[in-house]
Ligand binder design. Structure first.
Ligand code: 5AD
Ligand code: SF4
Length: 441
C-alpha cells in the first residue's frame, strides 16, 4: 500500500546551542515527538525547534536573529510551526513571543515532558507556553520513540540538573532551577538501553554533576556503571571543586572505565575575585585539589573554564589567573569574556572596560593555546586507545577520541565505528592527533 502525503511523517528540524546538556535534551525531545522524523534542513521542516542558551549575551541574542530567518520560511509554508526551547525560553518566556510573533511554542527545560501535548495544541492553531518548574521527573515522562534505533558509540546521559551554588555571574540557577538528581536505578536502566543500542562510552551530565545524590554518590554510580557489559568508557561533566569528594578521587584510581579526563572549572586565579564570584574556594585550595587528583591518577588531563574581565578585576587579579593556568597545565581550557547577565548579582557592579577585557582574553587564550599544543605534541609516540566514531576525510581514515578526549585520525584503518582500538600516536596537527593501528596489542 502506498503512503499518502497526509500520513507521511512530519519533519522536525532542531538547532542546538550551548552546552552538552542541550544536546542531550534535543535528542530526548526529538524522540518524544511521535509522527516526526528529524531533518538537517530547516527548509524541509514542518516544525522548527531552537534549543537555546542564555549563558552569555551573545548566545541569547543569536536566538532572535535566527528566529528572524526562520520567520521567512513561514511565509512560504504557513503550516510551519516554530518553537523555542532551552534556557532563553526559560529566562525570557512570553517576551520571546512578543518580540517574534512567528513563534508558536515556548518550552523551558523543566517542561520537556509536556512537549507532545504542546505540539498538539500548536497544530490545532493555538500557541503554547510552559516555563514551570514542576515537581515530577520530566525524564520519567519523556517517553522514547524508536528506542531500538542504533546509536553513535559515544552518548550523553543527564544525571543531575540545576545548581544551588549561585556564582555571582551565572544564570544557570535561574534557568535550570534548583539542583535535582535523577534516581540511580533510572540512570542505570538508561545506560543499559544505550549500550544495547551500540553505545560504548557515556558522558554523565550535570551542571554540578559531582554533587549527584540520586540514592548514591557519583563515585558509586560510576562504579555501578562500570559493571555494565559493553560499556567501555565513562566520563562526567561539569564538576565544582567543592564537590570533588575523596571517594570520587579514588574512583579515578580504581575504576579503569573512568577516563583520565576531568573538566574542573575554577573561573579565576585571584582569591579576591573568587570571593566576589561567590566561588567559596581559593586558588590554593584548587591547586591542592588537583595535586590530590593527580596523585590518584597521574596521567589525568585537566580541563577548565575561565572568565576574564569579571567586575572589579585588576591587572594583578588577571595575572594571578595566568599564573594558575601556567601551574596547572590544562589539556583544554575554555575562556570567556565576562558577559553581564540580567538578574545576577555581578550585573550591578563596576564593569571592567570592554577593550581591556578583550585584551586580557587574548593574552589568556595565547597561553592556553600554547599549553594545549605542547600537551598534544607530548602525545606523539604514545600508545593510546581510540573509540572509533566516524569515517575520516581521507580514504581509509577513521576518526575517534582518545582516552584524553583528543580527536584522533587513524590512517589505513581497518576498524569499524564503535570499535575501541589500540593505536600509536604518530603526529600532532592543529586540534587533532594522527595515529596508526597497533597490531598484536
Ligand atoms: N559571562 C561569561 N562567561 C560565563 N560563564 C558562565 N556565566 C558567564 C558569564 N556571565 C562561563 C563559565 C562557565 C561556562 C559554562 O561559561 O566559565 O563555567
Ligand atoms: Fe547554556 Fe547553561 Fe543553559 Fe547549558 S545550562 S544551555 S550552558 S545557559
Amino acid at each position: 500500500m502506498s503512503r499518502t502525503p497526509t500520513d507521511a511523517p512530519k519533519k522536525l528540524f532542531i538547532k542546538t546551542y550551548g552546552c552538552q546538556m542541550n544536546v542531550y535534551d534535543s535528542e530526548r525531545m526529538a524522540e518524544s515527538l511521535e509522527g516526526y522524523v528529524t531533518t538537517e534542513r530547516a527548509e524541509d521542516a514542518d516544525m522548527i525547534l531552537l534549543n537555546t542558551c542564555h549563558i552569555r549575551e551573545k548566545a541569547a541574542e543569536k536566538v532572535y536573529s535566527e528566529l528572524g530567518r526562520m520567520k521567512k520560511l513561514k511565509a512560504d509554508k504557513p503550516d510551519l510551526k516554530i518553537g523555542v526551547a532551552g534556557c532563553v525560553a526559560q529566562a525570557e518566556g512570553e517576551e520571546i513571543m512578543r518580540r517574534q510573533p512567528a513563534v508558536d511554542l515556548v518550552v523551558g527545560p523543566q517542561s520537556y515532558h509536556r512537549l507532545p501535548q504542546m505540539e498538539a495544541r500548536v497544530r490545532a492553531g493555538h500557541t503554547a507556553l510552559d516555563t514551570d518548574f514542576p515537581e515530577e521527573d520530566k525524564f520519567a515522562h519523556l517517553k522514547g520513540r524508536g528506542t531500538q534505533a542504533k546509536r553513535a558509540p559515544a552518548a550523553f546521559l543527564t544525571v543531575q540538573e540545576g545548581c544551588d551554588k549561585f556564582c555571582a555571574f551565572c544564570v544557570v540557577p535561574y534557568t535550570r532551577g534548583a539542583e535535582v538528581s535523577r534516581p540511580a536505578d533510572r540512570v542505570l536502566t538508561e545506560a543499559q538501553e544505550l549500550v544495547a543500542r551500540g553505545v560504548r562510552e557515556v558522558t554523565l551530565l550535570g551542571q554540578n554533576v559531582n554533587a549527584y545524590h540520586g540514592g548514591m554518590t557519583l563515585a558509586q554510580l560510576i562504579r555501578e556503571l562500570a559493571q555494565i557489559d559493553g560499556l567501555a568508557r565513562i566520563r562526567y561533566t561539569t564538576s565544582h571543586p567543592n564537590d570533588m569528594t575523596d571517594d570520587l578521587i579514588a574512583a579515578h584510581a580504581d575504576t579503569p572505565a573512568l577516563m583520565p579526563y576531568l573538566h574542573l572549572p575554577v573561573q579565576s586565579g585571584s582569591d579576591r575575585i573568587l570571593k566576589r564570584m561567590n566561588r567559596s574556594h581559593t586558588a590554593e585550595s584548587y591547586l591542592r585539589l588537583i595535586e590530590r587528583i593527580r596523585e590518584a591518577r597521574p596521567d589525568i588531563m585537566m580541563s577548565g573554564d575561565f572568565i576574564v574581565g569579571f567586575p572589579e578585576e585588576t591587572e594583578a587579579d588577571f595575572q594571578a589567573t595566568l599564573d594558575l593556568v601556567a601551574q596547572v597545565r590544562y589539556g583544554y581550557a575554555y575562556s570567556f569574556k565576562y558577559s553581564t547577565r540580567p538578574g545576577t548579582p555581578a550585573a550591578e557592579r563596576a564593569q571592567v572596560d570592554s577593550a581591556e577585557a578583550d585584551e586580557r582574553l587574548q593574552r589568556l587564550q595565547t597561553l592556553i593555546t600554547r599549553q594545549q599544543r605542547e600537551i598534544q605534541q607530548e602525545m606523539v609516540g604514545r600508545d593510546l586507545h581510540v573509540l572509533v566514531e566516524k569515517v575520516g576525510r581521507e580514504p581509509g581514515q577513521m576518526v575517534g577520541k582518545s582516552e584524553y578526549l583528543h580527536a584522533v585520525h587513524i590512517n589505513d584503518c581497518t576498524a569499524q565505528i564503535g570499535d575501541l582500538v589500540p593505536v600509536t600516536i604518530t603526529e600532532a596537527v592543529t586540534n587533532s592527533l594522527g595515529a596508526r593501528l597497533r597490531t598484536g596489542a
